[in-house]
Design a protein around this ligand. Structure first.
Ligand code: ACM
Length: 676
């Protein structure tokens, strides 16, 4: 279905129960959806029944759904399952009856029929039913006299089989609670692969019984025990999420070498690297003991992690230690390898044989791409999208992560526009395109910790999830943002802390400052992504992440909404929009006066002083422009010039944030040049 049809479907008179318009915010959008009149009442009589005895995972999922529904609506629904399908509000009809590991490409399809007397969810697989349960939860909104699920027929299945989220737990360790709530959120938006980046120069995060010095010396005490990993594996399985572990090699490997320096390409000693970047430590591909060690490691980890895919990293080998080591250089010559890249390809081939020996399929970042590699290796492209298209052409299954790097703090719209089958992949033949498995959002955590990481991932990852699930023609930004705002709030009920931590972190900056004034400032700025933070401030793993830049969300929804309002006003010139815009600008104008004492007295807020002053100035400039527009007066050329210059100055990053509020004011100033 074309998105315009859907848009009409969602925003017009549909979903009207007793005359009131109801707009559920489904995200990702289903493949096919047809509405009908009326809706299903959801109240304390809500009951779930199964057509046949449910498989245990589905039974747990139904109980979880009831608990989530209870949270989301505030309805007490303690024991809401019944055996009588006629009296049930929701009937689940799932054909699969045995529990089994989730596999790539398994059916996730479901059908959901909601009518005023009952909802019915049909699926061939348990995972299909899990996806449908989330859609059901998203449908439920307050109606005129109760909560309702609008009457609808949905037939849904994903566009791509691999829809992942990578979480780096090395740069900053992420406790189990972080993993759990992010798995909950992944389930909510139908993501199905958790890529767990376990090892790097900054940390080794998995307990190894075979090589205990890895976690004992490489983690600073911050690692997951086997019991914790088994718990997370079960937790993810319950939510229909596969877990793919990554053990990065041969580079990013300082933490291997602390306890096992004999694997290194240069003499040690080695230690945990607490700063961030690309470093020299690298395994020595010329030593047999390296392969024996990797064999043992894969043996242990392949038994722990049930998924058939095993990620060996392979990124960012700088080759310095290989170049400097005469015996490694001699090996390159003897084996007629072209250079260091050839040596890494040799290493990858050896490792691939070991991965295969333990029954797994190897994955690696796009650096692993080499003509001699077996074609079943999955290539994950992060440096560019050409490498993805090239890998698909040369026969590899591929994943796209370029364009989905959450640490860049790009807008949701920017991620949303990246289609795995767009760009250079448009020219792939159908057989090559079929090798594009999907993509992964990547959350590298140099500048994120357990307190801030949710706000870097959510809600924008829901937009990426939609890109990977929904039909390719669901692309409209306004429609996406309209639903993303709702999904963002919905995720609060799942325990995601992107919204909750924002208020707390703002108040921490100055406990006595008025919270609404802090929020006005926080909403007016956007933090710089990794590119803007590297080099500015000497960060390491123990640098506090407690400044305005850390509190602020990756993309300011209030600024975006004001931009939307101004764009609309410039066309419609509606008095209502004008009044609303004026009110916001007045709040900005007056905000610094309310914050200035706190700015002067808090070491945390001090750096934000110039931004707060500029926000007041922005309010003034915006009001001047609005006055011109209101009077249908063409702004004077010298006024325009000086204001544009001021805006250009104000848009320069300070304190590692940008004053996003410049954008809507620029729209007004430009609009005032040619008022209509
Ligand atoms: C990567 O971002 N180094 C895969």
């Amino acid at each position: 279905m074309n998105f315009r049809v859907l848009l009409v479907f969602l925003t017009a008179s549909l979903f009207s129960v007793s005359g009131a318009e109801i707009k559920p915010a489904l995200m990702p959008m289903p493949k096919r959806m047809v509405s009908a009149a009326g809706g299903l009442r959801i109240d304390t009589k809500f009951r779930v029944a199964f057509m046949s005895k449910p498989e245990a995972r589905l039974d747990r999922a139904a109980h979880r759904m009831i608990a989530e529904l209870s949270l989301q609506t505030g309805l007490p629904l303690q024991d809401a399952t019944v055996s009588d399908t006629r009296s049930a509000t929701l009937v689940i009809d799932c054909q699969e009856t045995t529990d089994r590991p989730d596999t790539l490409g398994q059916s996730e399809a479901y059908r959901l029929d909601v009518n005023p007397s009952q909802a019915r969810l049909h699926s061939a697989t348990v995972v299909g039913a899990l996806r449908g349960l989330q859609t059901f939860l998203q449908l439920i909104v307050p109606g005129e006299s109760s909560f309702v699920a609008p009457a609808v027929q949905i037939e849904d299945e994903p566009r791509f089989a691999w829809r992942g989220l990578l979480l780096d737990v090395t740069s900053h360790f992420m406790p189990i609670s972080v993993i759990e709530r992010n798995l909950d959120a992944m389930e909510a938006v139908k993501l199905n692969v958790f890529h767990w980046h376990f090892t790097d120069d900054q940390g080794w995060r998995v307990e190894s019984s075979r090589y205990a010095k890895l976690h004992q010396l490489g983690s600073g005490g911050q690692y997951y025990t086997r019991a914790q990993i088994l718990h997370v594996l079960a937790y993810a399985h319950d939510r229909g999420i596969r877990i793919v572990p990554e053990f990065d090699m041969p580079g990013h490997s300082a933490t291997w070498l602390i306890g096992y320096p004999e694997l290194a390409s240069a003499p040690g000693p080695y230690s945990i690297i607490h700063t961030f970047g690309v470093y020299d430590p690298v395994l020595d591909p010329t030593k047999e003991i390296v392969y024996q060690f990797i064999d043992g490691l894969i043996d242990e980890m392949a038994a722990l992690f049930p998924d058939p895919y095993f990620h060996i990293g392979g990124d960012e080998v700088n080759g310095k230690q290989w170049k400097a080591n005469p015996s490694i250089q001699a090996f390159i010559r003897e084996h007629k390898l072209k250079d260091e890249a050839g040596l890494q390809a040799y290493f990858n081939q050896r490792v691939e044989a070991l991965v295969k020996k333990h029954g797994k399929t190897m994955m690696g970042w796009d650096e692993v791409l080499h003509p001699d590699l077996p074609k079943d290796i999955v290539v994950e492209s992060w440096r560019d999208r050409e490498s993805m298209a090239n890998a698909a052409r040369s026969g590899h299954p591929v994943l796209l992560s370029w364009g989905y790097y959450l640490d860049h703090l790009d807008s949701a719209a920017r991620h949303y526009d990246v289609d795995p089958l767009g760009g250079p992949a448009k020219d792939l033949t159908p057989a090559e395109a079929a090798r594009v498995l999907g993509g992964e959002a990547c959350m590298w955590t140099e500048y994120a910790n357990p307190e801030t990481v949710d706000s870097r991932i959510w809600p924008k990852t829901a937009a990426i999830a939609e890109r990977l699930w929904s039909p390719p023609d669901v692309t409209d930004h306004a429609f996406m943002y309209q639903r993303l705002d709702r999904v963002s709030d919905w995720l609060d009920w799942r325990g995601v802390l992107h919204n909750r931590n924002y208020s707390q972190m703002l108040q921490r900056l100055a406990p006595d400052a008025p919270s609404d004034a802090l929020k006005t400032l926080g909403d007016a700025v956007e933090p710089l992504g990794i590119d803007g933070r590297e080099g500015d401030h000497a960060y390491n793993q123990s640098t506090p992440l407690n400044r305005l830049v850390d509190a602020a969300r990756g993309e300011s929804a209030p600024v975006r909404r004001l931009e939307e309002k101004i764009s609309r006003y410039l066309v419609s010139r509606s008095a209502e929009d004008e009044a609303a815009i004026r009110r916001e600008l007045e709040v900005w104008r007056d905000n610094h006066e309310r914050l200035k004492d706190a700015v002067n007295s808090s070491f945390l807020l001090k750096e934000a002083g110039p931004l707060s002053e500029d926000l007041a100035r922005l309010g003034e400039i915006g009001l001047e422009a609005l006055d011109s527009l209101h009077a249908r007066r063409i702004a004077a050329a010298d006024w325009t010039k000086s204001r544009i210059e001021a805006l250009d100055q104000m848009e320069k990053p300070r304190a590692e944030v940008v004053l996003a509020a410049v954008r809507p004011v620029r729209l007004l100033v430009n609009g005032a040049v040619q008022p209509r």
